[in-house]
Each structure stands twice: as structure tokens, then as C-alpha cells.
Design a protein around this ligand. Structure first.
Ligand code: ACM
Ligand code: ZN
Length: 761
């Protein structure tokens, strides 16, 4: 009975499985885009069993891949040659070759590390269900492909500040997992801050008892007045056992952790625990609000003894070659009046407090070099002379990188303009509260870590790039994820892919393809892909407004009457001519369903609208807005986001704007706008003055100045009333604020000026 039954059933089963069509997968747009990819004909069919063979050197990557596949109970992973990890020592150190053939998947690499990055590519060829072990055993047809890949830069990093807010190690591991998935190999763990010391140091128990906790925390934005506090004790720290666990976890993913122990500034929490480390010796509290604080480490020997003891314990925990010693934002106020620090300046023959900072950093470098480690520090470590072997992390723009590379020092690029993921990523007013700024996905993606000022040999000092996540306004893991994703996807491609491989529309498609994977990984990513972007186009024929959206197979519907667009509103087909003031609203639709937020622009059709404009100096490349024409495009910049397409930013420079109205024009008033955000180093100009005239040759010395008047929390308008004039040309002179004064954030640096719409009535 039984054998007969089996004989009957087996052919039926075979017949059935032959008839089941495999689910045919498409090749996704990979992130980061590989160096070379050629689709081949045919498919590799994955069944509920797979045989794997791993060459001996690939212990870490082989284990990772097996664990990844075995997470789905529906897949049986055994020995065999369906999936082969083989060594090819001719490939680059971090490179790999991945071949999906009809009969086999072959991953070749010179090193375990290279194989690991290849596995991250293979992951993206599989459905998202593998990410959480939900692959159900169905037949999958994976398209054949041949990929040869290796990174552009050896340093591909993400930073996380755990001082302002503290995150559990479960989240730190999830963050490291995300880095590894994107082939990023460095996690910069910012462990000490004014607002909290987060790493256990056994020799100094008060770091755990006192420095790890603050009595309360600022509520709302730093600029809100009056400042308010929550009255709740806040803090925590990682035990050394936890740190060891995280370091091992990262090593199993080829992620190096660079710990940061800040000095001489951002040390208020440590000084609160041990007041003798400061210059005054007075009791202070762990900081309860954000910013830059004057109580920094004193330069007496006892401080160096303390820091060397701390570093001894840190070095035991972190095998990284690099140790980050901070170095940023250290006001010299205390040192200027401290007898110990002044004696140090005299005895060491130093010129001033900047050279004292250089002495501090160089002394710590010597100590770390003696332990076979290298220092890395924020670009302020250039001031007063760079320590001989230091690597510079350039954050205040790219000048620090240029200077360091020209001096023959290695650099990592993290300029605020393109790498600060604590900045807003959308102009949408509903975004969660952030520190300020505006850094959309496209701007991150456009970043080129090699400054054009460097020669080819100097450019070799650029190790790579890093995204930074400061957490003043990010109290939870979900908030960190929202700021990190999807910008981390762009950063991974900035650091990995060759410029010739980069293509923003294709990348955006990749981000859309990535959404299901992020959903499966339960990552709280921001989605601004379905927003509308607009641009004013001026030509001889007149002025028109162009709309676009990032993803394909969608339509944009718009209105010009102030109503929100709906499924019956006209579909955008060509730029909309602008011949009068109007409110333009638009949204992205898939069939009748609105996907993103409504885009809305008030277009003010004034007398300079779409006319000719020139500047005697160009805005900073980091904040170009829409160029000079953006100043007369009828649109105001955001009241809160100075990094948008309207605001033009100038660092420390005076500049002059010239408008040509095309012919004599009756002018009653000329008005412009400036942004103020002192926390972000943006100050109102020292002076704004206006002149007008009809004849090109007439000298324009007759300037009259006008004072700024507050318009919104962050913006001021400046208006010149002409009393009725016939003008063709208008000049506006803007004098920069100068140097940021002591006690303010960024003290001693050049102030920024941000200007937007110039309205002529
Ligand atoms: C920094 O953002 N203070 C390095
Ligand atoms: Zn001192």
C-alpha cells in the first residue's frame, strides 16, 4: 500500500514543482553603485535548499553570509557549490567580483573584507524578506549579472554623538549593521561631551557617578526664548563589557570603531566630576543645554595624567589605529586668566593660547604615538600648528582639509554643508525640530570629497568622507534613524562609487527600491521622494515656473488659485508662464492618490522679477542658493532653513549686487532680506546701503544705508524708500558682520551673511 502510494505521489510532486514558475526578480539599482556591472542573460533559480562553499580565508564573511541565509527557516543551507566564496589575490584589498550564473553564484575576493562587501551586494539582489528571516522557500529567479567592484576611498564613515543623547547598545549595533550593509567601514563614536561622559573608566569612578548624568535638559530649540528645562535627571554610560561587545560586533562586520575622547574643549562633564581638571577648580554642573562652554581642561600636568589614564583604558578596548581627540570649539577664555596655563605658555616659549592648544594636542599625540596609535582631530587642531602626525577631520567647510593636505597630512571630509545630517532635509514645515540648516538628499549625493583646490598628489591625502549625526535634537533611536536615512545611502555612494558611476535620478530609483528593505529592517527613514521641486526659468520669451519630482511613473497636479491640488487639478506638462503675482501649489500623484506633501510658492511679480542681476563676488559654493537670479525670482527663502534654494550664503565677505531693470523704471522702494542664526554663525550684516541711477556710466557713490527690521524669528528685512525715482540700475552694498565675538558659538570665526529676495516696487 505505502510504496504504491509513494510511487504515485512523487511524479505528481515533480510535475507540480516543474509547473511552478519561479518569481522573476529584477536587478535593482544597487547602493552604492558598483564600479562595473553587466547584466547577463538567464537566471539563477534559488530553491529552498542551497549548497555553500567558503574558501578558508573567508571566515568572517562566510559566517555572516551563512547566518544571513539561515535566518530564514524555510531555506536549508548545506555544503555544495551553488554559492561559492573563492579567493582571487589579484583583486584589490576591499574589492570583489560577483558573478550570478544560471548554475552558480561565485563571489571572488582577495580578502575576507572584500568578500564581505561582495556579500552586501548579493544581499541587495535578494528580496527584502531575507533581511528578517521571512523568505518562505518559494522559487526565486535571480537575474544573471557580473559585477566587479572596489571602493573609491579607504575611509567611509558615519559618526554618532551619544553625549547629547544616550542610545542603548542594541541601537548602536543596529547602526553598525546599517553601515556594514552600505559598505561603510568606520564608525566614529563620539563618547564624551559637555552634557555627558558615556564610557566607563574604572580608574575614575566619578565619571560614572557624576559626569554621565545631567540634572535636566533644555526643552525646545536653543534659540527659543526664554529657555526652558525639563527638570529631569538624564544620562547613562556604556560599561567596558558593553563596549567590548560592540567592538567585537563591529569587527565581525569589518567596521572599525574610532572612539572620540574630546579635549581640551567639550569637557564640562568631566570637569564637573573632577573640578581640579579645570582652570578655576570651582564646582560646575554637567551642561544642561547645547552650545560651546568655556570650562575646558587646564593645561597643568595633572590634566595630562588624567587623560593618559583615560586613554590607557580606551586603548585596551578599541584596537583602532586612530583615536579621535576632538580639538574643536575650545574657547580660550579660561586659559587667558589661568596662572597655570600662562606659566605653561611662558615655560614652553609659546606665542599665545592657540599655540597652547597645539601644545596640548601635540603632547597627547606623542603619548598615543608611543602606544602605536595615531590621532585624528577636528580642523581646529590646525590652529597654532598641526601635531606632526595628525589626521584632520575637516568640518568647518573644506579649508581645513586643503591646508592639511597641502602640509602633507591625511584628511577626512565632513564639511557641515554636505555632511551634517542633523540639519533639516526637507523644507516641509512639519519636519521634526532640528538644529537648523538645510541639507537635502541631493546635496549630500552631489558631494565630491576631493576639493578642486588640491593637486593630484595632494588629493591622495583625502582618505574619504563621513556623515555626522549630532544629537542635541535627536532624543531617540527613531529620531536618529530619521535623520540618517536616506542621507546615509547618498553618503555611502559618495565614499564608495567613482564619480563617473554617479547618477542622481538612478540613485533616487535605488532609494525607492531600498524602501522595502528599510521597512523590513524596521528603520525609521524619512521619505521626501514624492515632493515637488520648482524652479523659475527666465528667457527672452519671458518667465515661467518649471516643476519636477524625483521618481518616475507619477504625475504632478497643480493649481494657481491658492487651493490645494486634487485628483481633478490639471496635470503639469510644461513650465507655467508667470505674468502676475500668484500662489502656485502642486503635489505628486500616482493615479488619483496624492503621495507627498503639497508644494506651495507665493510668487511676487515685482519690478526686478526675472530682470538682470550681477554680483561682484559669488556666494560660497556650499550655499549657492539658485545663483544671483534666485535673488529676483519672486520667491522668499524659507523663514527657518537658510540652506534652501533661495538663500545665498557668504562667508566673511562684503559684496555688492547690481540690478539692471532694462530701462528707466519708476522705483518707490527696494527691499531685501537677511537671515540670522547666531548658533549657526549667521549674523546680520554690519551695514546695508543702496544707490540707484539711470545711466550706466554715472558713478554710484551716493549710497544710503538702511537698518534691518525683524520680520520673523530668523529673518530681517532692510528697506530703502526712494521717495519716487526713475532708475535703471540699483546697487546694494552688503558689509559682513566680521568676526564672531567671544562667548558666542563659533567665536573667532568669520560670520556668515545670508541674503535672499530683492523686491523692487
Ligand atoms: C563639530 O561639529 N563641533 C565638530
Ligand atoms: Zn589652566
Amino acid at each position: 500500500m505505502k510504496p504504491a502510494y509513494a510511487l504515485l505521489v512523487i511524479p505528481l510532486l515533480l510535475l507540480f514543482s516543474c509547473q511552478t514558475n519561479p518569481e522573476q526578480l529584477t536587478l535593482p539599482r544597487l547602493i552604492p553603485q558598483p564600479a562595473s556591472l553587466s547584466p547577463e542573460t538567464g537566471f539563477f533559480v534559488l530553491r529552498d535548499k542551497i549548497g555553500m562553499a567558503t574558501a578558508e580565508p573567508f571566515a568572517v564573511s562566510g559566517t555572516f553570509l551563512r547566518d544571513f541565509l539561515e535566518a530564514s527557516p524555510a531555506l536549508q543551507v548545506g555544503q555544495g557549490d551553488d554559492l561559492v566564496l573563492q579567493q582571487d589575490t589579484t583583486l584589490p584589498e576591499e574589492g570583489y567580483r560577483l558573478e550570478v550564473r544560471p548554475d552558480q553564484i561565485i563571489l571572488s575576493a582577495a580578502t575576507d573584507r572584500g568578500a564581505f562587501w561582495g556579500i552586501q551586494t548579493l544581499r541587495q539582489l535578494l528580496p527584502a524578506a531575507f533581511e528578517n528571516g521571512q523568505y518562505d522557500g518559494r522559487l526565486l529567479a535571480i537575474p544573471c549579472v557580473r559585477i566587479a567592484d572596489s571602493p573609491r576611498f579607504p575611509y567611509r564613515g558615519m559618526h554618532l554623538d551619544v553625549g547629547r543623547h544616550f542610545f542603548p547598545i542594541g541601537f548602536i549595533k543596529k547602526y553598525i549593521d546599517a553601515l556594514a550593509m552600505l559598505k561603510m567601514n568606520t564608525f566614529h563614536w563620539h563618547l564624551t561631551e559637555d552634557q555627558g561622559w558615556r564610557i566607563e573608566i574604572k580608574k575614575y569612578p566619578r565619571l560614572q557617578e557624576i559626569a554621565a548624568y545631567r540634572p535636566e535638559t533644555l526643552v525646545g530649540h536653543y534659540n527659543d526664548q526664554p529657555q526652558q528645562f525639563d527638570g529631569k535627571r538624564y544620562g547613562g554610560y556604556y560599561t567596558q563589557d558593553e563596549v567590548r561587545e560592540v567592538v567585537a560586533y563591529a569587527a565581525a562586520r569589518f567596521v572599525t570603531i574610532i572612539p572620540e575622547i574630546e579635549m581640551p574643549g567639550h569637557a564640562q562633564a568631566a570637569i564637573a566630576a573632577y573640578p581640579e581638571l579645570g582652570c578655576t577648580g570651582k564646582d560646575i554642573s554637567v551642561a544642561t543645554k547645547w552650545g560651546v562652554f568655556e570650562d575646558i581642561y587646564c593645561t597643568q600636568d595633572a590634566t595630562f595624567d588624567f587623560l593618559e589614564d583615560v586613554l590607557d583604558e580606551v586603548l585596551e578596548l578599541f584596537p583602532s589605529e586612530y583615536i579621535h581627540i576632538g580639538g574643536d570649539e575650545a574657547p580660550k577664555t579660561r586659559w587667558e586668566t589661568c596662572p597655570n596655563c600662562q606659566r605653561r605658555i611662558r615655560e614652553e616659549g609659546l606665542a599665545d593660547e592657540h599655540e597652547l592648544q597645539s601644545y596640548f594636542i601635540t603632547r597627547m599625540e606623542k603619548y598615543l604615538n608611543s602606544k602605536d596609535r595615531q590621532i585624528i582631530g577636528w580642523d581646529e587642531i590646525l590652529e597654532g600648528g598641526l601635531a606632526p602626525n595628525a589626521t584632520v577631520m575637516s568640518w568647518r567647510g573644506i579649508n581645513g582639509a586643503i591646508e592639511a593636505a597641502k602640509q602633507g597630512h591625511k584628511v577626512v571630509m565632513t564639511p557641515t554643508s554636505h555632511c551634517y545630517f542633523d540639519y533639516y532635509q526637507s523644507e516641509n514645515p512639519d519636519e521634526p525640530l532640528a538644529i537648523g540648516g538645510y541639507l537635502p538628499l541631493e546635496k549630500v549625493y552631489a558631494f565630491d570629497p576631493i576639493p578642486s583646490e588640491l593637486s593630484e598628489s595632494e588629493a591622495a591625502y583625502v582618505l574619504g568622507a563621513q556623515g555626522n549625526i549630532w544629537t542635541e535634537y535627536l532624543p531617540t533611536p527613531e529620531a536618529v534613524e530619521y535623520m540618517a536615512f536616506p542621507r546615509i545611502l547618498a553618503m555611502s555612494e559618495v565614499a564608495w562609487s567613482a564619480p563617473a558611476q554617479k547618477d542622481y535620478p538612478a540613485f533616487v530609483k535605488g532609494v525607492e527600491d531600498f524602501h522595502p528593505r528599510l521597512d523590513t529592517l524596521q528603520i525609521n527613514y524619512a521619505n521626501h521622494l514624492y515632493e515637488v521641486e520648482g524652479e523659475l526659468l527666465s528667457s527672452e520669451q519671458g518667465t515661467a515656473f518649471a516643476l519636477q519630482t524625483l521618481t518616475t511613473n507619477k504625475s504632478i497636479r497643480y493649481t494657481t488659485d491658492g487651493q490645494d491640488p486634487g485628483s481633478a487639478s490639471p496635470i503639469y506638462e510644461a513650465p507655467i508662464p508667470i505674468t502676475q503675482s500668484l500662489v502656485l501649489k502642486a503635489a505628486v500623484f500616482k493615479d488619483d492618490l496624492q503621495l507627498g506633501q503639497v508644494f506651495s510658492r507665493n510668487i511676487n511679480y515685482h519690478k526686478a522679477f526675472g530682470k538682470k542681476i550681477s554680483l561682484d563676488k559669488q556666494p560660497s559654493p556650499a550655499y549657492p542658493g539658485s545663483g544671483p537670479e534666485g535673488l529676483i525670482n519672486g520667491m522668499n527663502g524659507s523663514d527657518t532653513r537658510y540652506g534652501d534654494k533661495e538663500w545665498l550664503g557668504f562667508s566673511g565677505e562684503d559684496f555688492e549686487v547690481t540690478l539692471d531693470l532694462g530701462g528707466p523704471t519708476a522705483v518707490q522702494s527696494v527691499q531685501t532680506r537677511f537671515f540670522e542664526g547666531n548658533g549657526q554663525w549667521i549674523y546680520l550684516p554690519a551695514e546695508v546701503s543702496f544707490a540707484g541711477y539711470t545711466d550706466d556710466n554715472q558713478p554710484s557713490t551716493n549710497f544710503s544705508s538702511a537698518a534691518p527690521v525683524r520680520a520673523t524669528d530668523h529673518t530681517f528685512s532692510v528697506t530703502h524708500e526712494t521717495g519716487g525715482q526713475e532708475w535703471r540700475y540699483i546697487r546694494i552694498r552688503v558689509k559682513n558682520y566680521g568676526t564672531i565675538p567671544p562667548g558666542k558659538q563659533g567665536a573667532g570665526n568669520k560670520a556668515w551673511t545670508f541674503i535672499d529676495e530683492i523686491i523692487v516696487n
